[in-house]
Design a protein around this ligand. Structure first.
Ligand SMILES: Cc1cc2nc3c(=O)[nH]c(=O)nc-3n(C[C@H](O)[C@H](O)[C@H](O)COP(=O)(O)OP(=O)(O)OC[C@H]3O[C@@H](n4cnc5c(N)ncnc54)[C@H](O)[C@@H]3O)c2cc1C
Length: 372
């Protein structure tokens, strides 16, 4: 009999949400995180937006889990005092020739079941007088959330259910056994191993590497991740009140576009840009030389911003399944029974809207394990 029932690899928002959910049914449950603190990677380096779910392809996991996750998040926030705000969002057509794309996005979002309102330029300016707009769309269900507040909630929920959460613990091996997996770990240079009936791979930027430890050919499976950095710049306090809600442009191909973010403290930031990394490094420094380019993108939305009004703020790294220029891929959330790896659930390519989707992803994983 294996030593533990479930091992969750990765203490980001997704691993923590899964640990909080599965620890209701499975014991012992371990969550292993290589960093000194949970949520130290992508889950604390993002826009903290509760997305409405309007962009993603109809029927995709991204659309389904984002919309379900949004409703679950608002309920969790209200019930457990997790800091959040129903701030709403405007998508603005900053040029007249963007209006057909806005209309298309509106129809797409409505098709996903998202509440949206088309607005004239006057209606947009009544809400946000300083932004460039030839017409816009209001997303009333978009909000912001404290990612740390949410992770603290999942962490304590998992602990209260009896989960054991181990920091400073890197998974270095995963071998199939007759009734589960042998999990090899490194804790500060000390190696050891134990057995687990179920393993959930929620290792974010390294989830493809964990899949390969289990013997999966990640290139053949289409699991290879491409790290893609996004930088943010903050606006000086003097101009931070020029926008009062989230303001997004019409999305370019590879992202939602550099957009205006108002955080829970009222600070105004713009980001993230898109920079595919040539090698895997966890260098989160923001490149100051991007200031002019950033200011130009920002001025398309908020013309009053000068190059001197912004300063480098923070960055995050996206776990993308698609290479630069390739069509956007859906989340991979898969019980690997068909590969002869019953008991292994892989979560790969959990880029945005992963934070919004996290409670719905946890329920999805629970259903996968129950049904298979
Ligand atoms: C710039 C940016 C902006 C974003 N904005 C939003 C947004 O506004 N709204 C939204 O919904 N989503 C957003 N996202 C997406 C969201 O942040 C992610 O989908 C989510 O944080 C992914 O969580 P995760 O738990 O899968 O990954 P992570 O947070 O990366 O957690 C994975 C964990 O696994 C650990 N780990 C890795 N390898 C090992 C190992 N071998 N052993 C043990 N532990 C290991 C890591 O240390 C890490 O803590 C954004 C992402 C980025 C990059």
């Amino acid at each position: 009999m294996p030593d533990v029932a479930v091992t969750v690899i990765g203490g980001g928002v997704v691993g923590l949400a899964i640990a909080a959910e599965l620890s209701k049914d499975y014991s012992p449950l371990f969550l292993l995180e290589r960093r000194p603190k949970y949520g130290a990677e992508t889950s604390s380096r993002n826009s903290e937006v509760i997305h409405a779910g309007l962009y993603y392809p109809h029927g995709s996991l991204k659309a389904q889990l984002c919309i379900e996750g949004k409703h679950l998040l608002y309920e969790l926030c209200e019930r457990h005092d997790i800091p959040y705000k129903r701030i709403t969002k405007i998508i603005t057509a900053t040029q007249p020739d963007e209006l057909p794309q806005l209309e298309k996005l509106y129809r797409h979002g409505i098709g996903n079941g998202v509440e949206l309102e088309m607005m004239t330029a006057d209606q947009v300016h009544a809400l946000e007088p300083h932004i460039a707009s030839f017409g816009g769309m209001l997303s009333p269900t978009t909000g912001i959330i404290s990612a740390h507040g949410l992770m603290d909630y999942f962490y304590h929920a998992a602990k209260n259910n009896g989960a054991e959460i181990q920091m400073h613990c890197t998974v270095v091996g995963l071998t199939k056994t007759s009734d589960g997996f042998e999990v090899s770990i490194d804790e500060g240079g000390q190696r050891s191993s134990f057995t687990s009936e179920i393993v959930v791979n929620a290792a974010g930027l390294e989830s493809d590497m964990i899949a390969s430890l289990a013997g999966i050919d990640v290139d053949a499976a289409g699991y290879r991740l491409h790290h893609c950095k996004g930088d943010y710049f903050a606006v000086t306090n003097a101009k931070s009140k020029l926008i009062t809600r989230l303001v997004y442009p019409i999305p370019p191909k590879e992202s939602l576009g550099v957009h205006a973010l108002v955080d829970l403290t009222g600070r105004l930031k713009f980001g993230p840009d898109v920079e595919y990394m040539t090698e895997r490094s966890y260098n989160y420094a923001v490149d100051e030389s991007k200031r002019r380019e950033f200011a130009e993108s920002i001025r398309r939305i908020l013309p009053a911003i000068t190059d001197d009004d912004i300063s480098p703020e923070m960055s995050g790294i996206r776990a993308k399944l698609q290479r630069k220029g390739e069509p956007v891929r859906d989340f991979v959330i898969k019980h690997e029974t068909e590969r002869g790896l019953a008991g292994l659930v892989n979560l790969i390519g959990i880029e945005s809207p992963g934070l919004t989707s996290s409670p719905a992803i946890a329920l999805y994983v629970q259903r996968l394990l129950r049904n298979d």
